[in-house]
Design a protein around this ligand. Structure first.
Ligand code: SF4
Ligand code: SF4
Length: 234
């Protein structure tokens, strides 16, 4: 099986949240109780039982009210900082599936709160989550059980607009570059986020910080933190 990737084209996202619900349903994760916080984003954040979250950002662009939507999830990094940190702490909960590149957490492995804190802090995109009761960690699994059976991840299968895409990495990167070229003719600030080393490639039409504070981490910062982690890990 070839190296896989997601391409998330936020310019096509309508925030229907089908991907978020499909993820919950496939993983048999319970609904999260929420309250009205003055935003249509629901729930407030990722959690042990919410692996996919459509983030809402409401802002003014060129004097007009705009919505920017960001279907957030694990980036399935080529060199996952969370895994490097877990290995360093001798926490045997994170593995990488060599065939697809999926970064996988084993929620059955108990992780101490202090160790989880360091693992979460190692992730530049703030993805890992932990459950106090079970002491397990969880996040997006790339729907590894589905893709090994030749199916698309549940979020991609459900997306009605073509915002969520998945497939062999070379084809996905080509798709992302072609789409970027097209989108740039309308939105000159459009860019792909960290496409060189992430298996979840986002296309945004504006400054990524306007979408969400952890939407984008500069390549040089990720490389610096990886170098630091690998040096410490020896
Ligand atoms: S995005 Fe975060 S949780 Fe996902 S593989 Fe990368 S470091 Fe790990
Ligand atoms: S299913 Fe597609 S259009 Fe709907 S919120 Fe998710 S990414 Fe956006």
């Amino acid at each position: 099986m070839a190296d896989k990737s997601f391409f998330i084209d936020t310019s096509k996202c309508t925030a229907c949240r089908g991907c978020q619900i499909a993820c919950k349903q496939w993983n048999m994760n319970p609904a999260t109780k929420t309250v009205q916080r003055g935003s249509h984003q629901n729930p407030e954040d990722l959690s042990y039982s919410t692996f996919k979250l459509v983030r809402f950002s409401e802002l003014e662009v060129d004097g007009k009210q705009k919505w920017y939507f960001f279907p957030d999830q694990c980036r399935h990094c080529s060199q996952p900082p969370c895994m490097i940190m877990a290995d360093m702490l001798k926490v045997k909960a994170i593995t990488k599936d060599e065939a697809t590149g999926a970064v996988l957490y084993n929620p059955k492995v108990k992780v101490k709160g202090a160790d989880f804190k360091q693992i979460r802090e190692a992730c530049p995109w703030d993805i890992p989550r932990w459950d106090e009761k079970t002491q397990g960690m969880a996040k997006c699994t790339m729907c590894i059980d589905r893709i090994k059976e030749g199916l698309l991840p549940a979020c991609v299968k459900t997306c009605p607009t073509g915002a969520m895409n998945f497939g062999d990495r070379d084809k996905i990167l080509e798709m992302a570059q072609n789409r970027l070229k097209k989108v740039k003719t309308i939105y000159p600030k459009a860019e792909l986020l960290n496409s060189d080393f992430l298996r979840t490639v986002f296309l945004v039409i504006d400054d990524p910080k306007k979408y969400y504070k952890f939407a984008d981490v500069k390549n040089e910062n990720v490389i610096a933190s990886l170098n630091h982690l690998t040096t410490v890990a020896g």
